[in-house]
Design a protein around this ligand. Sequence first.
Ligand SMILES: [Zn+2]
Length: 60
Amino acid sequence: MTATTTMNWSDPVICPFCGDELQSPGAGFIDHIRESDDCERGFEHWRENVAGDLAGEWSG
Ligand SMILES: [Zn+2]
């Protein structure tokens, strides 16, 4: 069994919601969702879905 603590999508520099390339993994994605309402909503929804599985991972 492999423990995965990173986000659950294949390429961290590609937005999983719109497919745009990000400036950088992680921080670049946060900047991106601030600029894109659709992606922000998608991310909020995704985060709620995984909250039970990844309790505490994204508390920051
Ligand atoms: Zn996006």
